[in-house]
Design a protein around this ligand. Structure first.
Ligand code: MF3
Ligand code: CO
Length: 248
């Protein structure tokens, strides 16, 4: 992937700020009795209100603003009429296109107010793994440094990285080279240059690194029915550190 110039990076920044706001808005909507489709609509409304467009519209046959996954579902969930319940683990994944520039982000939350300690720990580890990965996204490091940082944090906590789905370069398209796996070895892969734009993703489950495709032909779930989590931010690789574009 080429590095972007400052004009292009400014458009990416704007795209990312819309995506981050829409993600925050949609997460705030999540509550007991609210449906997935309502959350998707909240995201869509915010993206349009801020002058963005739906990046997922560029995916053939996909018509939603977001992907929403609950409990054992891990990625690519189609928003449905299903209503959230106390203790549900919910992930919202959304991407924005602004003047042709894409940014992508996802976050996972717990529904309700009761203590669900194990689920809280599960989410905390996923978020920490994302920050560990982002911390490595700087000049002179390699993709494998990001991957290794994510994998170590998740596996040390006893959880598992999904192998068949990865983060990615992003910019003119939603998915670009290079792949950014959440698993791998330090010092391997593409060398990072300033101005590269990456969607770094932590895609993990409680008990297994395998996912299965559902009957809707979109949704991937943990093969053993355990929990799935998803944390993703779009960043610009920097000289000393990455700049996060999709902050919520
Ligand atoms: N956000 C997903 C990713 O990170 C892509 C979802 S594409 C969709 O790569 F069509 F399923 F929405
Ligand atoms: Co992505």
């Amino acid at each position: 992937m080429k590095s972007r110039n400052s004009y292009e990076l400014n458009l990416m920044k704007k795209s990312g700020s819309i995506a981050g706001s829409a993600l925050r808005k949609s997460l705030e909507t999540i509550n007991i009795g609210v449906s997935e489709i309502e959350v998707d609509k909240a995201a869509e409304e915010e993206i349009y209100k801020l002058g963005g467009d739906l990046s997922y519209k560029t995916v053939p046959d996909y018509k939603y603003a977001t992907c929403i996954t609950v409990n054992d579902q891990v990625v690519h969930g189609l928003p449905t009429e299903r209503k959230f319940k106390e203790g549900d683990l919910v992930s919202v994944d959304l991407a924005v296109m602004y003047k042709g520039w894409h940014t992508d982000c996802a976050w996972s939350v717990l529904v309700g107010t009761s203590e669900h300690r194990e689920k809280q720990r599960f989410l905390k580890v996923g978020e920490e793994a994302l920050w560990d990965g982002i911390y490595q996204a700087k000049l002179g490091n390699r993709i494998g440094d990001i991957s290794y940082a994510i994998q170590s944090r998740v596996e040390k906590a006893g959880y598992h990285i999904v192998r068949s789905l990865v983060g990615h370069g992003i910019g003119r398209s939603l998915h670009e080279d290079p792949e950014v796996p959440g698993f791998g070895d330090k010092g391997t892969g593409v060398i990072l240059k300033q101005g590269m734009t990456l969607a770094i993703e932590v895609i993990y489950t409680k008990n297994t690194s395998e996912v299965v495709l559902g009957s809707d032909n979109w949704t991937f779930s943990a093969s053993d029915g355990s929990w799935g989590g998803l944390f993703e931010m779009t960043v610009i690789v920097g000289k000393e550190k990455a700049e996060v574009l999709t902050k919520i």
